[in-house]
Design a binder for this molecule. Structure first.
Ligand SMILES: Cc1ncc(COP(=O)(O)O)c(C=O)c1O
Length: 353
């Protein structure tokens, strides 16, 4: 009988992980006594202040329940219905939000470009802008970049600045889908400001969920003017939590002791370990540079099926059919080694030790 991973340990997604202790403790603290609703509580104010301190900027901050809402409402705030948003063809806003960015912006069109390793390029932006200039084409208004990308790669500050220069030359704003922003900061070892407002980002959707929270993505407006009436947009979209303190308090808990970065570093380190263990297993193709908390593998169908038969879950609809393995704040070396061992066994080789 082949070994089966314990039912509750997987490398399928950072969504599989539970709440990290810091987020849980913050929820428990927010649960003591009563507090005003709809964001008029001290936790929401403290979380927004903590984000302003983290980014060293006087940004405007809102909290949404999930990444789809955060991205869609942020993009809607940056556009008119006749505009377009330029992004990579693998961008979550294009492939995994069920048309929500178009829906919430009343029809703004998402236009996609190819690009190596899941990244938008200045040339791709130029092409989408310059290929048409007539009234019939949805007017380009925003470039959306994902940091870390859907393929587990990371934009460095210089890459972002090159995108910014191109965007500026076409009068475009920049939105960043930062569902895994923490993993990007951990990977680059830079300060959060270097890859946001100092690189031209106007609005960041900063992911808390994949970093160890239950819910609660922060929409951070570095250009405060874009946040005008954003509170109404959130309310209309069902994103104004009546008990907002439970979305906000975990941010305080995560930011004040640096847990957000510690957990991201850990997840990245586990992905690096996994990468090292599976490299060299016969028939296993490593796709894309490993820069954040995921790796992508090209696997023969029989190998994929054998891993599934051993109980491993993983997505293969992201990254053009590769198997995505994703580490989280609570991934252990044991998890990683168990997967690598199973992969080696079903591939007829041996994992590096
Ligand atoms: C790149 C990216 N953006 C945003 C999201 C947030 O999506 P959700 O609406 O599921 O929270 C995800 C989640 O998988 C993601 O991978």
């Amino acid at each position: 009988m082949p070994p089966v991973p314990p039912w509750n340990r997987q490398l399928a997604s950072d969504n599989y992980a539970g709440l990290c202790p810091e987020a849980l403790a913050a929820l428990q603290e927010a649960n003591l006594g009563h507090a005003p609703g709809y964001g008029d509580d001290r936790f929401t104010a403290e979380a927004a202040d903590a984000l302003r301190a983290l980014f060293e900027a006087d940004c405007d901050v809102y909290f949404a329940f999930n990444g789809t809402a955060a991205n869609s409402l942020a993009l809607a705030a940056m556009t008119q219905s006749y505009h377009s948003v330029l992004c990579h063809e693998t961008a979550h806003v294009e492939t995994d939000e069920c048309g929500a960015p178009e829906f919430f912006s009343n029809g703004t069109k998402v236009l996609t470009m190819p690009g190596p390793d899941g990244k938008v390029t200045p040339e791709g932006i130029r092409h989408l802008v310059e290929r048409r200039s007539d009234i019939h084409y949805p007017k380009p208004r925003v470039v959306s970049v994902t940091q870390a990308t859907e393929l587990g790669t990371v934009y460095g500050p210089d890459e972002l600045k090159a995108i910014w220069a191109r965007a500026k030359s076409h009068h475009l704003r920049i939105h960043m889908d930062g569902a895994r922003f923490a993993n990007a900061v951990a990977s680059l070892g830079c300060s959060p400001k270097e890859i946001t407002w100092q690189a031209g980002v106007d609005v960041l959707c900063f992911g808390g969920t994949k970093n160890g929270m239950a819910v609660g993505e922060a929409v951070v407006f570095f250009d405060r003017e874009l946040a005008r009436e954003f509170d109404y947009r959130c309310k209309q979209a069902g994103q104004l939590s009546s008990k907002m303190r439970f979305l906000a308090a975990p941010w305080v808990g995560m930011l004040e002791g640096g847990a957000w970065l510690r957990h991201a570093r850990h997840a990245n380190a586990m992905a690096e370990l996994l990468h090292g263990l599976v490299a060299g297993i016969p028939g296993v193709e490593l796709r894309y540079p490993r820069q954040a908390n995921s790796i992508f593998l090209g696997l023969a169908p029989a190998v994929r099926d054998a891993l599934h038969a051993r109980g491993w879950h993983f997505y293969d609809f992201i990254g053009w059919g590769g198997a995505r393995l994703m580490c989280s704040w609570d991934t252990t070396e044991t998890d990683v080694r168990a997967f690598a061992r199973d992969l080696a066994e079903v591939s007829g080789g041996a994992a590096a030790s």
